[in-house]
Design a protein around this ligand. Structure first.
Ligand SMILES: [Zn+2]
Ligand SMILES: [Zn+2]
Length: 228
């Protein structure tokens, strides 16, 4: 029985998602359908923001990010190293922590020096890092939600472009957009003041959060009609 333990890294979580959901996903869902599920649950999360229902936001954003991990697994793409290269404890654009894009009116992406000693190891520390780069105090939850929606769109475009032409440069773009999307999920959880690692550990003590099996044996109809 796979279980997600405290102090798990992002890669641990991706492996866990593969062990529990990989077989069922490969059998039942194409990459495009997985993309639809990311959109579907992220939009439910946005509805939660509009309604002021933070539990709805937390649940649906967690599911949307879980689908994102599953899609990356389907593409055989482990994202943690790329997230770190894109966000090495500084903003990927202005190179500062906290981000100073607005104050410095940065117009061109700077080249960033990476200090490997700062690299977060756990999901919790990764979330903390994103709050230091992009402090929740500098934006509203609505703002974080809109930014996430933008990045869901950009990630979708990148995946569709790659699936159309299958070039290396388009795959590199999928990597960049997946990293940006991950940072926006962290932004929403930081604005919500939700500890993402704790949420995952509580949901995934015994394999699938719904059927409690490894691998998941939830029926297709249950998955596609899931209420949240
Ligand atoms: Zn910045
Ligand atoms: Zn299940």
């Amino acid at each position: 029985m796979a279980a997600l333990k405290p102090y798990s890294s992002l890669t641990d979580y991706q492996r866990f998602a593969n062990e529990v959901y990989g077989a069922s996903n490969r059998r039942h869902f194409t990459v495009d359908e997985m993309l639809t599920n990311i959109v579907r649950f992220a939009m439910r999360g946005l509805k939660g923001i509009r309604k002021g229902d933070s539990e709805k936001v937390r649940t649906n954003m967690t599911i949307a990010l879980s689908w994102t991990m599953s899609l990356l697994n389907q593409l055989d793409l482990t994202i943690e190293q790329h997230v770190w290269e894109r966000f090495p404890y500084v903003c990927s654009y202005c190179g500062s922590c906290p981000c100073a894009c607005k104050a410095k009116k940065v117009k061109k992406r700077v080249i960033v020096k990476v200090n490997p000693r700062l690299r977060p190891r756990t999901l919790h520390d990764l979330q903390v890092m994103f709050n230091e780069i992009y402090p929740a105090s500098t934006r509203t939850l609505e703002h974080a939600g809109i930014h996430l929606a933008e990045e869901v769109g950009e990630f979708s475009e990148a995946v569709m472009a790659f699936r159309g032409n299958h070039t290396e440069s388009e795959f590199d773009n999928v990597i960049l957009e997946a990293s940006d999307l991950f940072s926006c999920f962290m932004g929403v959880f930081n604005s919500l003041e939700v500890d993402y690692e704790k949420t995952l550990v509580a949901s995934f003590k015994n394999g699938c959060h719904a059927c409690k099996h490894t691998p998941c044996i939830c029926e297709y109809n249950y998955v596609v009609n899931f209420k949240s």
